[in-house]
Design a protein around this ligand. Structure first.
Ligand SMILES: Cc1cc2nc3c(=O)[nH]c(=O)nc-3n(C[C@H](O)[C@H](O)[C@H](O)COP(=O)(O)OP(=O)(O)OC[C@H]3O[C@@H](n4cnc5c(N)ncnc54)[C@H](O)[C@@H]3O)c2cc1C
Length: 190
């Protein structure tokens, strides 16, 4: 079980219900598949979407990179940090720094109507921490390639136990493994 949770993923979805129109300009922070996917989705609603990426490249898969880099409404701002937001009644703009710390560092502001963060993953596992072992990020630790946790009869399947692959098919596969493991568990007859 996993909340596939970019740290502020909830914010994204809250903001998605804001008064969107094709006149809006929005910024998405992040360079991975999530940021690209979100940018493409938003480009269907907004006039312009900026993707703010700290690095000089996107981490996203090649296909997602191609989609955003060729999308007429999406502009990727490479080597750029978002350092603050401003606005009186909600977001009116974002303060950006290009090539932060370099001799040609450039500070500027971009008027935007919406700001979306798509960075980092944090498993929604806090509720289970008293019972099963987790790593420092919160991924539930299982035994090797199995979904067994240290607690007999308790299995962790899906993204919540997978810091690496985090794909629908691998999540489903680990769920299947957990189901197969059940045959070794003696459950009370009801
Ligand atoms: C933007 C984005 C794009 C993606 N694109 C792809 C893709 O193209 N292909 C691909 O294979 N994968 C993709 N993924 C990854 C894929 O969505 C996940 O790997 C998959 O959904 C993981 O499944 P899961 O069951 O482990 O977790 P989830 O799908 O997150 O399901 C966890 C469920 O547990 C529930 N839950 C959480 N806490 C509790 C609780 N305490 N009690 C009860 N229920 C609870 C949640 O509500 C949720 O329904 C994408 C993910 C994102 C975010």
């Amino acid at each position: 079980m996993m909340k596939r949770n970019m740290q502020v993923w909830a914010l994204v979805h809250v903001l998605l219900v804001m008064d969107f129109s094709i006149e809006k300009v929005v910024a998405v922070v992040g360079g991975g598949d999530t940021a690209c996917e979100e940018a493409i989705y938003l480009a269907g609603l907004a006039k312009k979407v900026y993707i703010v990426v700290r690095k000089s490249y996107l981490r996203a898969s090649k296909i997602m990179q191609d989609r955003v880099l060729t999308h007429p409404k999406i502009e990727v701002l490479f080597e750029t940090n978002a350092v603050g937001l401003f606005g009186e009644n909600g977001v009116e703009g974002v303060n950006l720094v290009k090539r932060k710390g370099e001799s040609d560092e450039e500070n500027y502001s971009l008027p935007i109507d919406g700001f979306f963060l798509a960075i980092g993953h944090k498993p929604n596992s806090d509720i289970f921490k008293p019972y099963v072992e987790t790593d420092e990020t919160g991924y539930i630790i299982t035994e090797g390639n199995s979904p067994r946790t240290r607690v007999p009869g308790v299995f962790a399947a899906g993204d919540v136990a997978d810091p690496h692959y985090r794909q629908a098919i691998t999540a489903a596969g680990s769920g299947c493994k957990a189901a197969i493991e059940l045959k070794d568990i003696s459950l009370p007859k009801v």
